[in-house]
Write a protein that binds this ligand. Structure first.
Ligand code: ADP
Length: 641
């Protein structure tokens, strides 16, 4: 991962040290049983697999060549039969038993290691997604979706590989190398030195390999990321690509990105394919040395500087063992690679976990119960936090007990999007925000819903600052219909019921009737059970908006925010929705953002905004008579119609 910050995640990632330890600490401890059983079975499986060559060597010496007494490492002499025929069958049984034990323990460690690895990953995925849901809205302004997606898929996969593969192969490697070394030293320490002299070479070769392949790996990862971004963009923008006949252009961009992946992958593979044969060669060296020295020793006696006797059986055991340490050693590069990847991925996972959530309940927050609906904005100033450049200093983050942190994001510049806005809406009143695009109308609405918090001043409901109220209770009593009514893939009924999941079928229908949606829903082939498609694409904008309105009707909030709720419908539908909205807004405090001024004529107060400040306020009649900004807007619209 590059060290320069390219996303708001990076800042938190860079603070994580020992990410893998933290992974074990936070997620492993609940599943230690699986891990311990896995590690022990792995150890036993490897140890059992070393036994057959040792038995073979003994059998050769004691039974076939008759050179020495039948004696086995780790087996008490009392267990060994005295009769040679019985000894033969005893050897056969030991070899068969070793293979059976290896198979059994391999199965046990496979299953337990996977329970551990996949259990951890399940928890990591679920927690990461939950954390993502709690992140401040500001986070998603910079389009961090791709990042979060890659944490949930890519990084999870890397950690999974590490936990079930690298961890177990690492143990296998250590047991095999140490186990083999111990057995060989016990049998004949002098020949063991000859056999094991290749190991430092193998380690040196591996270290060299890791060093040269690392930059290639990094290049590949970044080519992969580029490719993913291109693909994501290409899919999201497919309609634009089609209508501008830019398919070839898009295809070229993706092809180039894909070629980048191909080239960097090949540059990694060219080197990787060099590694394994290299390892085989070094292991071959060990084989040749063992064979030459051992063979000479048997034929002509100990070559200088060696002393003592070497039996054929020991020699055979050595040759077998030499073969055994190649496979686990050849895994070293994979293991190191998986550990490196897992480190990066774990820091990405914990980077997400450590992002402070600013918009959350204060410890002493009170619950908003059945409010009257009085809404007050008092000297409100606000600017959108820029997560990339804002408060990069260390002192800005305070960890609290709950793991939630508060950032003192002192936005020193005065580039407020909302500046000194004050007004009060009495219960049941309708307040309209009008003004040109970018004036700050939607932003004012978002502050009431606490999608963002004010920088100065306060937004109050029934006289209490929304920051002192429990977040969920505020949102429970504020209904919100935005311009781009989003629907989840699912049925229409599910979408109307979203957020009020316990409501009955009947209530859903009534809400749809009130939102003037019932008729068109009934006309659909499956009625309320019609699936709306991804983001509701199978419905028109107006239909989606009416479903969104039905959802708010069902929510039955005391305060209503309609952010251009009728922007997407034709005049005819608009009028019908307007009449239903009139019924809906009658006894609720309502905020309306509307481009078409005809929809705000009846509002109790109209606030005309410009560059984040209120430039005029009053009702329609008063404002029209005044020769100001509103009159100008009104003139432009009615004149144009
Ligand atoms: P309106 O609803 O009146 O069209 P907005 O409230 O959407 O205006 O926008 C007010 C200003 O805030 C604009 O200058 C806009 O560019 C900026 N803005 C809106 N949303 C964001 C955001 N999520 N992040 C940063 N700036 C934003």
């Amino acid at each position: 991962m590059a060290t320069d910050e390219t996303t708001p995640f990076d800042r938190y990632r860079q603070r994580i040290d020992r990410p893998l330890w933290r992974l074990f600490g936070e997620y492993g401890t609940d599943r230690t049983r699986w891990l311990v059983v896995g590690l022990i079975s792995n150890l036993l499986a490897q140890a059992a697999s070393l036994f057959p060559p040792v038995v073979l060597g003994t059998a050769i010496d004691a039974l076939f060549a008759g050179e020495s007494e039948y004696a086995l490492l780790l087996v008490p002499p009392a267990w060994i039969p005295t009769d040679p025929v019985a000894q033969f069958w005893f050897s056969a049984a030991l070899i068969a038993g070793s293979f059976a034990a290896t198979a059994l323990f391999t199965w046990i460690y496979g299953v337990t290691a996977n329970f551990f690895a996949h259990g951890v990953m399940h928890a990591v995925r679920a927690d990461s997604f939950e954390k993502m849901l709690r992140l401040d809205a500001a986070f998603f302004d910079d389009k961090q979706t791709g990042e979060v997606m890659s944490i949930l898929s890519n990084d999870s996969q890397n950690l999974e590989l590490f936990l079930d593969n690298a961890l177990m192969n690492g143990v296998r490697l250590i047991v095999m190398v140490l186990g083999i070394a111990a057995v060989l030293f016990a049998l004949n320490w002098q020949l063991a030195i000859v056999t094991l002299v290749a190991i430092p070479l193998i380690v040196g070769f591996t270290v060299w390999f890791m060093r040269v392949i690392e930059p290639r790996y990094r290049a590949r990862q970044s080519a992969m990321a580029d490719f993913n971004t291109r693909i994501e963009n290409g899919i999201t923008g497919i309609i634009l690509a089609k209508v501008t006949s830019s398919e070839a252009y898009e295809a070229d961009r993706v092809r180039n990105a894909s070629r980048g992946v191909f080239e960097t992958t090949m540059s990694v593979l060219k080197l990787s394919y060099f590694y394994r044969p290299g390892m085989e060669l070094l292991a071959g060296l060990s084989f040749v040395a063992t064979f030459t020295v051992g063979g000479y020793w048997i034929l002509f006696g100990a070559p200088a500087p060696f002393t003592g006797r070497l039996t054929v059986g020991t020699f055979v055991t050595f040759v077998f063992m030499t073969q055994r340490f190649v496979a686990p050693l050849a895994e070293v590069s994979n293991i190191v690679d998986q550990v490196q990847n897992a480190k990066v991925s774990a820091s990405r996972v914990f980077g997400l976990a450590d992002i402070p959530v600013r918009i959350t309940d204060r410890e002493d927050a009170t619950r908003l119960n059945e409010p009257d609906g009085r809404v007050t904005y008092e000297d409100v100033c606000f600017s959108y936090p820029d997560l990339l450049t804002a408060s990069n200093g260390d002192g800005a983050i305070h960890q609290t007990d709950g793991g939630v942190a508060i950032t003192d994001e002192a936005d020193s510049d005065d580039g407020y999007v909302i500046e000194n806005v004050s007004f009060e809406a009495d219960p049941g009143e309708t307040v309209a925000f009008v003004g040109s695009t970018g004036a700050g109308k939607s932003t004012l609405c978002r502050l009431l819903l606490r999608l963002y918090d004010v920088d100065e001043g306060s937004v109050m409901v029934d006289g209490t600052d929304v920051r002192d109220l429990q977040l969920a209770s505020v949102r429970r009593h504020v209904g919100y219909v935005s311009q781009d009514a989003f629907l989840f893939d699912g049925t229409i009924a599910e979408n109307v019921r979203y957020g009020r999941f316990e409501e009955s079928e009947k209530a859903v229908r009534e809400a749809a009737r009130a939102a003037k949606a019932h008729e068109f829903i009934e006309a659909l082939p499956d009625g309320y059970d019609t699936r709306v498609g991804e983001r509701g694409v199978k419905l028109s904008g107006g239909q989606r908006q009416r479903i969104a309105i039905a959802r708010v009707v069902l929510q039955d909030p005391a305060i209503l925010v309609l952010d251009e709720a009728t922007s997407d419908v034709d005049t005819d539908t608009e009028q019908r929705i307007q009449s239903s909205l009139d019924a809906l807004t009658a006894d609720r405090t309502t905020f309306v953002v509307a481009h078409r001024l005809s929809t705000v004529i009846g509002a109790d107060q109209i606030l005309v905004l410009e560059d984040g400040t209120v430039v005029e306020r009053g009702d329609h009649g008063t404002l029209r008579q005044r020769d100001g900004r509103y009159a100008e807007l009104w003139g432009a619209q009615t004149g144009a119609q």
